[in-house]
Design a protein around this ligand. Structure first.
Ligand code: DC
Length: 213
């Protein structure tokens, strides 16, 4: 069974994807991390994230970079959003995601285009979303815990810019697949959001029958 979890930044999709993977005993890939690694590698190379050639060169980042704590920084998220616009970057990262998605036994992947591009055949497609205010508040608390001094207004501004860029790019924009089930986590706590997602997956399994699993 492939479970695709798409949605904007700080919607709770990563938390939900991890929890679904644990619940259903499936491996999990956070595909945003791949784009973050490309963004970080462009920065380390002194390249220009808006230049397709520089961004493509950064796609050969070493695997060790995936463990770099800087990948979680707000600045790296912005670079990731910029490099992810280039079709050559999306193509370069496609196989890695596709191979993960189609491994025997199934997988959970979270990102922006899993249900639309990477695994359109996924048995379960979730689109996890929340208001900008709720997402900014969450990201703000997370950043404070990490000792960052970004303000709530800065974070909300960054989220809006990234949403706009991610939703309006020409290739693989952030849009729910036609057959995705939408979960709005604005008013849900962590456990409630996870419970809602588990319920949606179980409902999908009941509809498709055991051969969907
Ligand atoms: O989910 P995230 O915040 O870690 O993603 C960082 C950026 O990477 C996001 O702004 C857009 C890009 N991204 C993408 O284009 N496609 C994906 N499947 C995952 C992330």
């Amino acid at each position: 069974m492939i479970i695709a979890v798409d949605g904007p930044t700080a919607s709770g999709k990563g938390t939900i994807a991890k929890a679904l993977a644990a619940h259903f005993g499936l491996p999990h890939l956070d595909t945003g991390l791949l784009y973050r690694a490309v963004g970080r590698q462009v920065f380390l190379d002194g390249g220009d994230p808006d230049d397709a050639g520089d961004a493509l060169a950064a796609c050969s980042f070493p695997d060790g970079l995936l463990a770099d704590p800087h990948l979680r920084d707000e600045a790296t998220g912005g670079l990731a959003s910029r490099v992810s616009i280039h079709p050559v970057v999306r193509t370069a990262l496609f196989d890695r995601q596709r191979i993960f998605a189609t491994q025997a036994g199934g997988a959970v992947l979270d990102g922006r285009d899993i249900g639309t591009v990477i695994a359109p055949e996924a048995e379960v497609k979730l689109f996890v979303t929340a208001s900008v205010e709720a997402r900014a508040e969450r990201r703000f608390r997370e950043m404070q815990e990490r000792g960052s001094n970004s303000t709530l207004a800065d974070i909300a501004g960054n989220l809006r810019r990234r949403d706009e860029r991610d939703s309006q790019r020409a290739v693989a924009p952030l849009v729910p697949a036609d057959d995705a089930r939408v979960i709005d986590t604005s008013e849900l706590g962590r456990d409630e959001a996870i419970a809602a997602a588990v319920e949606v997956v179980e409902a999908c399994l009941r509809e498709t029958g055991p051969e969907g699993a």
